[in-house]
Design a protein around this ligand. Sequence first.
Ligand SMILES: O=P(O)(O)OC[C@H]1O[C@H](O[C@H]2O[C@H](CO)[C@@H](O)[C@H](O)[C@H]2O)[C@H](O)[C@@H](O)[C@@H]1O
Length: 266
Amino acid sequence: MTLLPPSAFAEFDAFTASLGSRTPALFLDYDGTLAAIAPRPELAAMPDEARAVVLRLSALCPVAFVSGRDLDDLTAMVAVDGLVYAGSHGFDLRGPDLRRQVGVEYVPDLDIADGSLRDRLGGIAGALVERKRFAIAIHTRQVAPPEKPRVADAVRAVVEAQPRLRMTGGKELFELRPNLPWDKGRAVLALLEALGLEGDGIMPIYLGDDETDEDAFRALAGRGDGNGIGIRVMDGPAETAATWSLHDPAEAAAFLGRLADWLAQR
Ligand SMILES: O=P(O)(O)OC[C@H]1O[C@H](O[C@H]2O[C@H](CO)[C@@H](O)[C@H](O)[C@H]2O)[C@H](O)[C@@H](O)[C@@H]1O
């Protein structure tokens, strides 16, 4: 684990040297990585410049988005046709020739949890329950600080009553998801296999900013053949399994722009 890996933007030449002749396969997180964090989920728009860079890259190498958002929400927010999209933290995968859902049998459990959460949190101003097909996010960003422990207590009570679900964290949110050995890391490995990208000529590169993205960094590092790069978008030191960093979503878009230029010239 590193606290502040080198910058893939400031040390771009060293970064591209680490690719050698391999073609990148890009896996991009959405919130906090290509879209700046906003007060509410629907306000976190991806800048048009970032969308243009993603579109350009998609003509140069494989590109997938891997997000905690619901698959349809993610697809609409990114709005670039022809990409692979993984929603609900990788439980819901869709691409031009790909459709896979993991944990369909847990949807009724999520439905029950959704109802319980809305009952328990209805009286707490600012608490927001965001239902995704294979996960539920409980947002605390708009909750007054003294009330936040009440939200945490309510979420814990719901998950304790439903052992088929498990709780994970994030930026000002709790998440409930199927209690299955599945996460963004396993989804990325499954995508590499499904898309025929497991060969030596491909370098998977994952950009993410949050604790759920660490699953993907670890999964790529765990391949053991050096074929996998994690880049953590971080505005200060934090424990990460990524080996490179970027400062914020603006720098992530600038980095992807340089990568597109480099790929186009190569
Ligand atoms: O995997 P990601 O694409 O990073 O998605 C993680 C969660 O992102 C969203 O919540 C976060 O962003 C919101 C908008 O900026 C912010 O208001 C919230 O505090 C953040 O936690 C999204 O709403 C969740 O569903 C995703 O799981």
